[in-house]
Design a protein around this ligand. Sequence first.
Ligand code: BEZ
Length: 236
Amino acid sequence: MSLRIGDTAPDFEAETTKGPIKFHQWLGDSWGVLFSHPRDHTPVCTTELGTVQKYLPKFEERNTKVIAISCDEVDVHGSWIEDIKETQGVPEGEQSVTCLERLSCGLQTYSSAFILFLPPSISVFEMTVAFPIIADPSRTVAQLYNMLPKESADVKMPATVRSVFILKPDKTIALQLVYPASTGRNFDEIIRVIDSLQLTSYHKVATPANWNTAAPGASTDVVIVPTVSNEVSLMY
Ligand code: BEZ
């Protein structure tokens, strides 16, 4: 059965790059984004994971945890993370590693004498992928969330499409997006819809076309929902 907005997101247990998780327990009281990838080590997926890593502070500001899923095994995810680190460099100041981790990484890689002469603006530290990636080789989670394409009936081990589920703190589905494997997602749009979902969850308003509080010059005007009476809306 297909999942609908308002349904409780199916719970599951899975192996991830950060260890085993129970999904609902891992979400805790946060908002959540679950997003699927066709395969590890593929170029579009690699740019997406690098982008999400760069955007982690934006998700954290919005009390939102992110978790990726791909049908490959955890050890393949591990080697993919090495690719992501190598190809999707994260600017200094946006990395999710602590100063101490940076220092010890630098000390292992370089002699201390060399470190002394490094200008502070040069980063010798690698990015990390700080959010978990679920390994779903059995396609159990992919099936629970309808992440498999139509062709899957003919293919023994189908790859997921690019699905996005945004979950509320009560674990209900607030939004679903489905993209084909050939189209990478726009994570500015995902941040924009989280802003809209959070605003409209807590206030009796809706956000019109192209509403965006993060894009300079975009409209930030909101609409009062039709269920609010004229008398009450005049009080706004
Ligand atoms: C990619 O991530 O590059 C990709 C994966 C599957 C199909 C097409 C592109």
